[in-house]
Design a binder for this molecule. Structure first.
Ligand code: FAD
Ligand code: FMN
Ligand code: SF4
Length: 639
């Protein structure tokens, strides 16, 4: 077997895990607004179990509604009336031989209900509101809520619970000197700071029995001044957790920038597995779980083989492809649809407050019926124009339905705008999506005709039963004086290296959307002096906030100048005239102007065709990968 260690058994307390793969808590907003699990919620978790993960952790549960609520919706574990629904969930997870855990969470000082409670009255909220420091009675009361929630979990059949002691939340707030300024027996020394974690496990064991497994996600590092340092108190906190009877720990992150625990695409695979290694090297005996950006079975196997960790947590990895474990087990790892780190899951669940969505997996958050692709009773010939993500996904699903599929692509390679999107620094993982489609379309025997420009007339000659147009978008070029000048180039020609810019050239990028900003970064790494000019008050404003902050920092670090609220009036051979919204006029020197003003759906001359024509992806409205793939799936599903 190729990944021997990954697929070897492991024990957590008295439980045996069939392999070393854990699905960690990923909140979904799929529970109902009143806290019940829904059919979509159950489908989501049972699907990850079906894919082969040994242990499924249900997302952060609400232990005291509404006081401890986080996010738009949460499954509730604060009343026995939720047990019947929860037990249905557990049964569906158990059906596939996976263990079921649930993460019990308290936001502490970040609570939405005011006054929020915390170990101390610290000023750590963005809104500046200070929490109420917990009295001893309040500490006992909260511990009781955790214990009652664990009891409900046990009653519903969960194999154990996980305490959220990371991410700056309540238990972490007790552990970290950043938030714990107490002078009583809950503050100061490490013994005192872990006393709340002791109270929790003692109470849970009292309610659920000594042998009921309790794991923890522990913040072993704070990325803030005066916080937990992994090599000192991080390891010692976990040693204490071990002594207290915790069954296993995730080597996770405490306070600090969210970027470190919800990493944007550019972060390296397994970059924070060093935290797990510190615990192992520090002599921790209970199972240590490495988490964060573990995307490929080879990487997971090497972490386990090299003694970096005992288990791996695969979060977004299994959102993108729940069958990752089975594919790795049966040598089909090339067909894994890897998480590319596009952050759509974070945007949907955190920033938008909607049900979770995945950029590359179109059925995330949907009912199980939508995932089931049943062969069509009539086998058709489907012809698709455009091999971007919309066309590729439509081809995949149509082929799975048993249709014969031909896809035309004018470029040498498939991938569409994703191919260009993978060029700027830190965006290389986008190429994974293209590799995935290459592999699966080959297996499904889809006829992919690259370097072939097609129109309706040419595809009609192929005798299709239905036609899908997925030709994407085309650049939007505003009517600016000088836009057709010799020193004006399109961003796509720059990223495609059809136009090579020289080191030291002064480049102005017109348009500060995602594409303009990433093209700017690409050119700055090539040694150009880059300025972005944007009409709106902000650049890249539609991006998910964590990834956006990362990108803005990169732009700054590469000395890219940004002019916002600035309208371009005229492009000349060696200068650019700009008018700011306050009326001020500026002239910039330039060598090259790069147009990145955005896209518009590609125009299509309507012709009468003897067969149905469907239009999908950016050709209908300019969006992102998530919309393109969702469109592709939907049309394929209905063909
Ligand atoms: C630089 C860049 C970075 C991006 N980064 C991100 C990101 O980080 N996250 C994200 O979610 N989205 C990103 N996007 C957007 C995303 O790539 C698009 O939304 C998505 O690719 C649209 O998919 P599509 O299949 O509809 O169209 P496209 O991907 O544009 O594909 C259309 C395909 O049709 C082909 N075609 C057109 N006409 C013909 C013809 N007549 N005959 C044959 N073939 C034809 C084209 O060559 C192309 O391959 C980025 C886009 C760019 C340009
Ligand atoms: C959309 C989203 C929701 C998350 N929700 C939770 C959560 O409820 N509790 C938690 O401890 N971690 C949560 N996480 C963090 C993940 O469990 C995991 O630690 C993180 O995503 C890094 O691992 P990955 O790169 O394998 O995804 C969430 C992550 C994402 C992307
Ligand atoms: S939405 Fe993007 S980041 Fe999230 S799991 Fe899917 S591919 Fe990964």
């Amino acid at each position: 077997m190729k990944f021997e260690k990954l697929f070897s058994n492991m024990r957590i307390d008295s439980l045996t895990l069939k392999n070393r793969i854990i699905f960690p808590p990923i909140s979904t907003n799929l529970a109902s607004i009143t806290g019940e699990v829904t059919d979509e919620f159950i489908a989501h978790y049972s699907r990850r179990a079906k894919g082969g993960a040994a242990l499924i952790t249900v997302e952060n549960a609400c232990i005291d509604f509404p006081l401890t609520m986080m996010g738009a919706t949460q499954p509730r574990f604060d009343n026995e009336r939720f047990v019947p629904g929860l037990s249905r969930l557990v049964e569906e997870i158990h059906k596939y031989g996976s263990l079921a855990f649930v993460e019990l969470t308290h936001p502490g000082l970040f609570g939405k209900e005011l006054p929020a409670i915390a170990p101390s009255e610290v000023d750590l909220r963005l809104d500046g509101i200070k929490p109420h420091p917990m009295s001893r009675e309040e500490i006992e009361k909260v511990a009781l809520k955790f214990a009652k929630a664990a009891f409900i979990a046990k009653k519903a059949g969960f194999d154990g619970v996980e305490i959220e002691a990371a991410h700056g939340l309540l238990v972490n707030q007790f552990l970290s000197p950043v938030s714990n300024k107490r002078t009583d027996e809950y503050g100061g020394t490490l013994e005192n700071r872990t006393r709340f974690a002791k109270l929790l496990i003692d109470k849970i064991k009292e309610f659920c029995g000594r042998d009921y497994p309790v794991m923890a996600r522990v913040g072993v590092v704070d990325y803030v001044n005066g916080g937990i340092k992994p090599e000192y108190d991080g390891v010692e906190i976990v040693r204490k957790f071990e002594e207290l009877g915790y069954a296993a720990v995730h080597a996770d992150i405490g306070f600090g920038d969210k970027e470190k625990r919800l990493e944007p695409m550019a972060y390296k695979q397994a970059w924070r597995s060093n935290l797990a290694k510190l615990l192992k090297d520090g002599g921790i005996k209970i199972p240590v779980i490495a988490v964060g950006m573990i995307r490929e079975p080879e990487i997971a196997e090497s972490l386990l083989k090299n003694g970096v960790a005992d288990l791996v947590a695969l979060g977004r990895t299994l959102i993108a492809d729940p069958d990752w474990p089975l594919k790795a087990l049966y040598g089909k790892e090339k067909t894994i649809r890897k998480c590319i780190g596009c952050s759509e899951c974070i945007r949907s669940r955190h920033a938008m407050g909607t049900a979770i969505r995945c950029g590359v997996n179109p059925v995330v958050g949907k009912s199980s019926g939508y995932e089931k692709i049943t062969p069509s009773s009539i086998s058709k010939h489907i012809v698709i124009i455009g091999a971007g993500p919309a066309g590729l996904e439509a081809a995949r699903v149509a082929a799975l339905k048993g249709h014969r599929v031909t896809i035309f692509e004018q470029e040498k390679e498939i991938g569409g705008a994703v191919r260009l999107g993978s060029v700027p620094p830190g965006k290389e993982k986008m190429q994974w999506l293209i590799n995935y489609y290459s592999e699966v379309l080959k297996e499904l025997e889809v006829n992919v005709r690259t370097t072939t420009t097609a129109d309706i007339e040419t595809v009609i000659r192929e005798n299709p039963d239905e036609i899908v147009l997925a030709m994407g978008a085309e650049p939007f070029i505003p009517a600016i004086e000088g836009i057709d000048g010799p020193n004006v180039v399109l961003y796509s020609n720059v990223l495609d290296e059809k136009v090579a810019l020289q080191k030291g050239e002064r480049v102005v990028i017109g348009g500060g959307g995602l594409v303009g900003c990433e093209t700017a970064l690409y050119l700055a790494t090539k040694g150009c002096e880059v300025t972005i000019v944007e009409m709106l008050p902000e650049v890249a404003k539609d991006m998910e906030p964590i990834s956006r902050n990362y990108l803005l920092r990169e732009l700054k670090e590469h000395n890219i100048k940004i002019l916002t609220s600035s309208r371009i009036i005229k492009i000349s051979e060696s200068s650019l005239n700009i008018k700011k919204t306050d009326g001020m006029e500026i002239e910039l020197d330039l060598d090259i102007f790069v147009a990145a003003f955005g896209e518009k759906p590609r125009k299509f001359e309507k012709v009468d065709a003897p067969v149905p024509i469907h239009i999908i992806g950016d050709m209908t409205r300019v969006g992102k990968i998530v919309e393109a793939i969702r469109d592709g799936y939907a049309i394929g599903f209905n063909l």
